[in-house]
Design a protein. Sequence first.
Length: 115
Amino acid sequence: VQLQASGGGLVQAGGSLRLSCAASGDIWIYRAMGWYRQAPGKQRDMVATITGRGITNYSDSVKGRFTISRDNAKNTVPLRMNSLKPEDSAVYYCTAGFGTNPSYWGQGTLVTVSS
């Protein structure tokens, strides 16, 4: 599967962005779809995941501010990001997988939050 992430950009602190992940094939076959991010000089970390049954998991740093969803009919995985902080600045990657760790990664979309 190919994953195309979009929606990144420059936003002021406190603002919102909506990322979208478009898959080239059916996503219903994947147990988990997700978003990860990597800031310069830091490791890549999980942001949010969602299972086929709609069970979500968020990192503590984004809980209550970000919302992940999945549309199996459209093969998309949106990530709504509210109350953005400068520390949310990173390249965001869409992922798909069958287990705990992702099997497929998209190319990433850059999010920059200015203070």
